[in-house]
Design a protein around this ligand. Sequence first.
Ligand SMILES: Cc1ncc(COP(=O)(O)O)c(C=O)c1O
Length: 439
Amino acid sequence: MRTNIVHIGATELSYEIRGIVSVAEKIEKITEKPIIWENIGDPVQKGTKIPLWMKEIIQNAVQNDEVYAYSPTKGLKKTREFLAEKLNKEGYAQIDPEDIIFFNGLGDAVSKIYGFLRREARVIGPSPAYPTHSSAEAAHSGYPPITYKLDPDRNWMPDLDELYNKVKYNESIAGIMIINPDNPTGAVFPEEILMEIVSIAKKFNLFLISDEIYINMTYNGKGAVPLSKIVDNVPAISLKGISKEFPWPGARCGWIEIYNHHKKPMFENYIKSILNAKMLEVSSTTLPQYVIPEIMTHPEYKNWINERNQFYKKRSEMLFEIFSKVPGITFNPPKGAFYATIVFNEPLDKKMKLEIKHPVVRQYIEEICSNPNLSNDQRFVYYLLGAKNICVVPLSTFVTPLQGFRCTLLEQDDNRFIETYQTIADAIVEYYNSIKVYV
Ligand SMILES: Cc1ncc(COP(=O)(O)O)c(C=O)c1O
C-alpha cells in the first residue's frame, strides 16, 4: 500500500481468552465431543440462571418506548443520580451524577481511557494482567505493557517495592491501574495495600484507575475496599458494571466514576476528551441503564449477590481440595471474582505431552505445538484441549513470565465441576511425568 495503514500499537493487541476458541472448535468437530469451556468469564454461558424477578423488571421496562431511544451521552440522569446517591450514602468519596459516564460495557470504557491518553503517558498495571487493559494501554503507546508483579508466593499481593521503583525511575508513568477483586488471580487487596498504592500516586502526582467490576463479588469474609473509600484527593477513575454482577454481559453496560477531577486541570481535560469521544458515538445502550436502579433496590438483590458469593466460595474450596494434592504447582484459592490461576512452579519442558487417543487430534495438536514460539504453558493448554476437550487459558498470555493457566469457578453442576478439575489435576501430573514415560 502507498502508506503504512497499520497502527503503531497493532501488534500489542491480543486476547487469547477468545483466541484459543477456534482451535477448541476444531477439536470439538473432529472428536464430536463437546468442549468444556473454562476460558471465558461469562456466568450466563456457563449456566447461571437469571432470577425471574430480574427478568420481570426487564420485561416491564421493554414496554416503555423511552428505552428504545438514545440516552444522554453520559447516561440516563435518573440512573446516574441513583448511583451517585448510593455511593455517597456509603460515606466514601462524594460524587455528583455528572461525575459518572456510561459506556457500552467496560471494554468500551477501557479503550477510551487508554485511547485518549497522550501517547507518551503510560499506565502501570498488574502482572498477570487482564488483557483488555494491558493490550489497550500498550496499543495506545506502541510499546509493551509496563507492569508490577502480583506475587503467587504471597497470595498474589502486589510487589509494592517494584511498583514504587518503576514509578520513581520511569517518568512516563502517569497512572497506576489496579483490578480489585482481580482477574485473573482472584485476589482481593487489603486496605493497607491499597493505601500504599494511593500514597505512591500522591507522592509522584499520578492518577489511579481501579477496575471494580467484581467489587461486590467476594467471599473472603471481609468484602473488597473500593477506591472511593481511600482515594483521598488523588485524581482517579473507578470502573463498574453489570456484566458480572447481575450478570448481564450481553447488555454491554458499564460506567466510570470520576473522583477529584475538578482538582487537577490536566486530569479534567483528559476526562473531557473521554466524554467528547463518547459524544461522537451519541450514547451507550439505554435499556440496561434504565433497569439498574430497580434491580439494585429489589428486596432480592442482596440475597442474589450473597447466594452467588457463597457458590463461588464453595467452588474455591473445592478447587483447593483438588489442587492442594498436586505437586509442582502453586494454587492460591481465589477470594473474589470467579477465576482461579494455577502456576507451574516446576519447569516445563518442550518434550512434555499428554496422551491423545484420537489420531487426527493428536496430529493437529502436535502440529500446533511444533511452533517453536509457543510458550510451555501454551503447549500444556493445547495438549489439555486435545487430550481432554477442556479449554483453559495459558497464564503467559496475561503478560507474565509465570507459566500456568487461568480457569473459572463458574460450572454450575457440582459433579461436572469436580470431574473437570480432577481431570485437569491428573493431566498436570501426567504432563510432568511424560518425559520419563514417553521418551
Ligand atoms: C476486570 C474486568 N474488567 C472489565 C471486563 C469487561 O467488562 P464488560 O463486559 O463491561 O466489557 C472484564 C470481563 O471479563 C473484566 O474481567
